[in-house]
Design a protein around this ligand. Structure first.
Ligand SMILES: *Cc1c(COP(=O)(O)O)cnc(C)c1O
Length: 396
């Protein structure tokens, strides 16, 4: 343990995270190393961010080339990699237009603004309400925090932003009761990530889509965690036979480099005009170059998405088997592709610590859900090693 550095971390940084006593210095593929030289297998992947693994050569080279050419110019000018990235995202999604920002929360803020403005421009000024789900997570800025249907994140930061309503996730009747002609949008994660890897029933999103259409409300999907191949499709909505009107992306979008994006259909995107929304750093050359390299790599021959579906199934089957062997520890196994979770019957944090001690990084969300979001390049052997380690920990 690097005590000196960790003490300084506590001294100089705001105490917003319960950090593990590990200082990571280097990463390659599935592996990271700390400042003492200890090696870890990384099943966190920067929380579903490092989708191609650490320091993927294509991303590294794209960043190196771009950093020498041009780092920042602002959106007062056209930016080459930004245009290429928008084109590739549009060609591979439901959307016609993209807007780039720098983080997930910022993308959600943009989506909320876009939906409100669309409804005000096309309908009435009282059509501004947004319905979101309990257990959701949409980010930490004030409107994103208000959209997040979990009190524990909102406590202490009131007054929240007006115009939000919450319903239980995966309960279509609750949504039918909540929707009114004041509803401008329904904002959902296709699979709740932070809320404990919760997957809706097969037809839920189809019914939500229909409800939105009938009520002239927009469907905003927050794919910040589920997007970029994480579930075995480029975007999770592809599993559910629907398309959103607006989608938010961030996390894996640039394979580790910070970026956020807002995608929308033309009719919706058209309400953003010069002066209505902006970001100084949004869509900067570096982030877009990293994202372009990431997206190109993800789409190459569909190899990685194939692998994600296959290995994700293997991983989930292995977790199911673990559940059979340790029924008193594991209450449920959930997920799709490489967005997987096991709900424990007890707190997850001690298991996370034991795994770190044994050289494996995993994450715990919602108190008792172990969340696995490894790079999409994870192998069977690495998954076996994790399962053996969990067996060993549960067995003690
Ligand atoms: C992580 C996450 C966010 C917030 O992203 P930040 O980049 O941390 O602001 C929003 N929505 C979902 C679904 C997320 O998983």
């Amino acid at each position: 343990m690097d005590k000196k550095l960790i003490d300084e971390s506590k001294k100089y940084l705001m105490n917003t995270y319960n950090r593990a006593p590990i200082v990571l210095r280097k990463g390659r593929g599935m592996k990271v190393w700390d400042t003492t030289g200890k090696e870890y297998l990384d099943f966190v992947g920067g929380i579903a961010v490092n989708c191609l693994g650490h320091c993927h050569p294509k991303v590294v080279i794209a960043l190196q080339k771009q950093v020498q050419r041009l780092i920042h110019v602002s959106n007062l000018y056209h930016i080459e990699p930004q245009i290429k990235l928008a084109k590739l995202l549009v060609e591979n999604s439901f959307a016609d237009k993209a807007f780039f920002c720098n983080s997930g929360a910022e993308a959600v803020e943009g989506a909320i603004k876009l939906a409100r403005k669309y409804s005000k421009d096309h309908f009435t000024s009282s059509k501004y309400e947004i319905i979101t789900a309990y257990g959701s997570f949409h980010g930490r800025t004030l409107a994103a925090l208000t959209a997040t249907g979990q009190e524990k994140f909102q406590k202490g930061f009131e007054p929240l932003v007006p115009g939000f309503k919450y319903v239980p996730f995966n309960d279509i009747d609750a949504l039918k009761n909540a929707i009114t002609d004041r509803t401008c949008a329904i904002l959902l994660e296709p699979i709740q990530g932070e809320g404990g890897i919760r997957i809706p029933s097969a037809d839920y999103l189809i019914q939500v889509r229909k409800l939105c259409d009938d009520n002239k409300s927009l469907l905003i999907l927050d794919e910040i965690q589920t997007g970029m191949g994480r579930t075995g499709r480029l975007f999770a909505y592809e599993h559910f036979n629907i398309e959103p009107d607006i989608m938010t992306l961030a996390k894996g979008l640039a394979g580790g480099f910070p970026i956020g994006a807002l995608l929308a259909k033309d009719t919706v995107a058209a309400v953003f005009q010069p002066g209505t929304h902006a970001s100084t750093f949004g869509g900067n050359p570096l982030g877009c170059a990293a994202s372009l390299a990431t997206l190109e790599t993800l789409l190459e021959d569909g190899f990685l998405l194939d692998h994600c579906r296959r290995i994700g199934k293997y991983f989930k089957d292995s977790l199911e088997k673990l559940k059979k062997d340790f029924p008193s520890y594991i209450a449920d196994v959930r997920g799709l592709g490489l967005l997987l979770g096991i709900e424990l019957t007890k707190a997850g944090e001690p298991i996370v610590e034991s795994c770190a001690g044994r050289g494996i990084l995993i994450n715990c969300t919602s108190g008792n859900v172990l969340r696995f979001t490894p790079p999409l390049i994870v192998t069977e052997k690495e998954i076996e090693h994790l399962i053996d380690t969990l067996e060993d920990i549960f067995g003690r």
